[in-house]
Design a protein around this ligand. Structure first.
Ligand SMILES: Cc1cc2nc3c(=O)[nH]c(=O)nc-3n(C[C@H](O)[C@H](O)[C@H](O)COP(=O)(O)OP(=O)(O)OC[C@H]3O[C@@H](n4cnc5c(N)ncnc54)[C@H](O)[C@@H]3O)c2cc1C
Length: 310
């Protein structure tokens, strides 16, 4: 049977690709398996990622990182991993049409944003045009002084609206369906901050011209941009099913070297608890890759044979 891979990386976003670059440059055998759903692929143009003064699109950044990993020998598979198992210290990673064995696995599967009501094509068009945005930390600056809608309610909706108040005096918090779930204190805080709050309706968002519209009970509200504050699904199921520890939301728990609670299983990026940002995903991935290399040395010496055969 073929020797297991040194490391299989599940996820080809900024975290998985950064880890791949490090690991292949440690002369390790690496396979990256991704199903093409990186959140970074949705970024029209990031302006807060250091090193690109004019900004860079998410797909462009991903393509550059992938090319960098390939130059040094990383292999890629475009498919979905459906099962992760471990026996005798070796992982089996299974997709619908293939299976691989690996000494170490890095889970870099990210999160999936819960979407507001809007057709899939309209959604993608709205994100591409900046009419719909998911990350105020990333691009709140771009909507300074614009008319901003936030779809959400309760603590999460309030937090997002409060954050965006830094950027604009024109903020409206719209509940996703029916009456807001806000305590008296939360309503007072919104009033004090000058944030409107409106009960939304169960109707899809609509794009027209340069604006995006959200339905309220008796009206349609026009915005320059809308931020959904509806939470996300943490893509940690493969690891949690195997027994890795997570918090209540599903974020994987890792030590300061990105080890999960399972020996040989590491994690980096949005799927772990922390700031959901490209820079953070990359930083965690660098740490994870170096830890994987150092832990593999404990299993077998990583020594290079002499290319001249002496
Ligand atoms: C619209 C938008 C704009 C953003 N703008 C910015 C910005 O300007 N600056 C910034 O720093 N951040 C921004 N972000 C956040 C940024 O995209 C994420 O923090 C970053 O992509 C996280 O990287 P990651 O590698 O952890 O996860 P992801 O990029 O989401 O990658 C996850 C990978 O896992 C794969 N995957 C998941 N499950 C499986 C499975 N079962 N089998 C195989 N593969 C699987 C996916 O295909 C994907 O390749 C933005 C996000 C969005 C949605």
């Amino acid at each position: 049977m073929e020797r297991p891979l040194d490391c299989l990386i599940i996820g080809a976003g900024p975290a998985g690709l950064t880890a791949a670059i490090y690991l292949v440059r440690f002369h390790l055998r690496v396979l990256v398996v991704g199903n093409g759903m990186s959140r970074a692929a949705m970024i029209p143009r990031t302006h807060n990622h250091a090193g690109y003064p004019e900004g860079i699109s998410g797909p462009d950044l991903l393509a550059r990182m992938r090319r960098q990993a390939e130059i040094y020998g990383a292999d890629f598979e475009n498919t979905e991993v459906i099962r992760l198992e471990q026996a005798d210290g070796v992982f089996s990673v299974v997709s619908n049409d293939a299976a691989w064995r690996a000494q170490a696995v890095l889970l870099a599967t990210g999160v999936t944003n819960n979407r507001p009501r809007i057709g899939s094509e309209d959604h993608d068009r709205a994100v591409a045009r900046g009419l719909l945005r998911y990350c105020p930390i990333c691009d709140g600056y771009e909507v300074t002084d614009k008319r901003i809608g936030v779809i959400g309610t309760g603590k999460r909706g309030l937090a997002e609206a409060r954050f965006l108040r830094t950027y604009s005096s024109d903020i409206t918090l719209i509940s996703p369906d029916g009456p807001h779930r806000l305590s008296r204190n939360q309503r007072r805080e919104l009033d004090d901050l000058g944030i409107r709050w409106v009960d939304g309706e169960y109707r899809p968002l609509r794009i027209s011209g340069n604006a995006i519209y959200a339905a309220s009970r008796n009206d349609e509200l026009e915005f320059d941009t809308i931020y959904p504050a509806l939470g996300s699904v943490i893509n940690s199921g493969l690891a949690v099913t195997l027994g890795a520890k997570s918090n209540r939301e599903g974020c994987l728990k890792v030590d300061k070297h990105q080890r999960t609670s399972l020996l040989g299983l590491y994690s980096a990026g949005d799927v772990t608890l922390g700031l959901d940002q490209i820079s953070h995903a990359m930083g965690q991935a660098g740490v994870a890759a170096t830890t994987i290399r150092n832990d593999l040395v404990e299993l077998r010496p990583l020594v290079r044979s002499n290319p001249r055969g002496a």
